[in-house]
Design a protein around this ligand. Structure first.
Ligand code: AMP
Length: 512
């Protein structure tokens, strides 16, 4: 690591022998007189019920969960899958697992049984933390997942009783700094559509730095990150980075509701926000003068930030700062701190170049992924010598400002969430009616992109509106509620290249 990052190590807890565990950098605020009684987590559910934990209270829960895992035989490097909606438990179980030396593996609640099975199996999960409602999806696949050692159901009486009986202190398991703390499932179009990206403890050096510099987080700030912890933004900048700085993290649960969310922001006098363009678009109509009175910094990530959105918020007195990074990178690496019109911004802490139209980053940097679980070749393919390939197309001007053009591969971003077309295609191919299928993202005013499936039917099956609907529902109910084709079009053939590979780009261009 270069001298700059070595210099940043002082802001997180690293032991003299180089060992660390990121949870120590967060728990330090529970022992500090100025922060121990400050809110660490304030959670409001969709009905408006609030659960609030001070730093002291929050880390009691973290420790109790670490103790529970220890009693159940957790070992260093075991993977703990967290399959939960936003709720206080997902936050303290996340950290409790890491504190006990395990790897936290959050999974989005919209996954149905097949999406869940794929991730539990690919990730070699040993423990599963879920709730009564989501447990039903697990039950359908239980017989295939014998490797799971223990399941915790956080809204069951047993779990609560057992947890409360546990010791309030736990001796942190210290690890090598490049050991994995979090494994994020993300989608790709190479190797496998779903893979576990391993992020190291040492990444906190960069995550803490960028949280202070870009998100402007300071001790005591009331901060809101709208992403679910199963997406990298929600894990890194929704949990780890803000708690390492000593912020009060505010979370609103349940489905998106513009009025509720705006009210939540006002009521809690949120001063710093990290969100996605889709959210900014969806709340637009419900915004009134002065709603952003308390907001001092508003940052955006995950998809292109349209000029019209920036302008809209500017008129209401707030300049949005666009930021860029991806799961594999592990921390913000570009930020538009100077509000350059139409730009992603400038590189932060790393050296980024554009080669053949694609952004490449010079390695190493602290938060860079250290591997892809069980996919060594796929991991290697990301690198060309000392350069990491982002797969994102951009240009850069003389002043070092980057301008984003899109993905080099076929990855779809819908509502800021990354979806591999292969994942959806594989599910649709399970249907007897479907002979061939190609899935693409098409531009959408609100969601950035929506998913569209081009389907060639097997002979003997007729095209109908009913079948279109059935195919969409099939993906929704079987695989993932958030990543199903909203549009289905029947075609007689799909465009292919000489090697017989489907050219999705052609469908995106021709068939909008
Ligand atoms: P994820 O790994 O799910 O965070 O997705 C990362 C991808 O989201 C990147 O590779 C980009 O394609 C896209 N992305 C992230 N930030 C931005 C941004 N500010 N503008 C446009 N696209 C973005």
């Amino acid at each position: 690591m270069n001298d700059f990052w070595k210099g940043q190590e002082k802001n997180v807890v690293i032991h003299k022998d180089g060992k660390m565990n990121i949870v120590e950098s967060m728990e330090r605020w529970a022992f500090d007189n100025s922060t121990m009684n400050q809110v660490a987590l304030s959670f409001e559910d969709e009905k408006g019920k609030i659960e609030e934990y001070s730093y002291k209270e929050f880390f009691v829960k973290v420790n109790q969960f670490s103790n529970l895992l220890k009693e159940k035989g957790i070992k260093k490097g075991d993977r703990v899958a967290l399959f939960l909606p936003k709720c206080p438990e997902i936050y303290f179980c996340f950290l409790g697992a890491i504190k006990a030396g395990a790897i936290a593996m959050p999974m989005f609640e919209a996954f149905q049984s097949e999406g869940l099975e794929l991730r539990l199996e690919r990730g070699d999960a040993r423990f599963l933390v879920t709730n009564k409602e989501l447990l039903e999806r697990y039950k359908k696949i239980e017989h295939k997942l014998k490797f799971l050692k223990e399941i915790f159901v956080v809204d069951s009486g047993d779990f609560k009783k057992e947890l409360n009986k546990k010791q309030k202190y736990f001796d942190t398991v210290l690890l090598d700094k490049f050991d994995t703390c979090v494994m994020m499932f993300t989608s790709s179009t190479s190797g496998t559509p779903v893979a576990g990206i391993q992020l190291p403890h040492y990444g906190l050096v960069q995550q803490n730095y960028t949280a202070r510099l870009v998100l402007d987080l300071n001790k005591g700030d009331s901060y809101w990150c709208t992403a679910h912890p199963a997406w990298v933004t929600g894990a890194i900048y929704g949990v780890l980075a803000p708690l390492s700085v000593g912020c009060s993290v505010f979370v609103v649960g349940g489905r998106f509701d513009a009025k509720h969310w705006i009210n939540f922001m006002k009521k809690n006098k949120i001063s710093k926000i990290y969100t996605a363009p889709t959210v900014l678009r969806l709340i637009k109509q419900d915004i009134h003068k002065d709603d952003f009175k308390h907001v001092k910094r508003l940052c955006s990530v995950g998809e292109a930030l349209p000029e019209s959105i920036s302008e809209f918020y500017k008129k209401r007195g707030i300049n949005i700062i666009d930021t860029y990074w991806q799961t594999e990178i592990g921390a913000i690496v570009i930020a538009n701190l100077k509000h350059k019109k139409g730009a992603l911004g400038k590189a932060v802490g790393v050296n980024i170049k554009v080669r053949d139209g694609m952004m490449i980053i010079e390695k190493p940097w602290p938060s860079m992924m250290t591997g892809i679980h069980k996919h060594e070749k796929m991991f290697k393919d990301y690198f060309d010598g000392k350069w990491f390939k982002t797969n994102d197309l951009a240009s850069v001007d003389k002043g070092g400002n980057f301008y984003f053009y899109g993905r080099k591969d076929d990855m779809i971003k819908t509502s800021g969430e990354r979806v591999s077309p292969l994942e959806i295609e594989n599910i649709l191919l399970e249907r007897e009616e479907v002979k061939e299928v190609a899935v693409v993202g098409i531009p959408d005013e609100v969601r950035g992109s929506i998913i569209k499936a081009f389907v060639v039917l097997n002979s003997g099956f007729d095209e109908s509106e009913k079948l279109k609907e059935e195919l969409g529902l099939f993906v929704k109910s079987k695989y993932a509620g958030h990543a199903y084709p909203k549009i289905v079009e029947f075609v007689s053939s799909l465009p292919k290249n000489n090697a017989g590979k489907i050219v999705r780009m052609k469908l995106r261009e021709d068939k909008r």
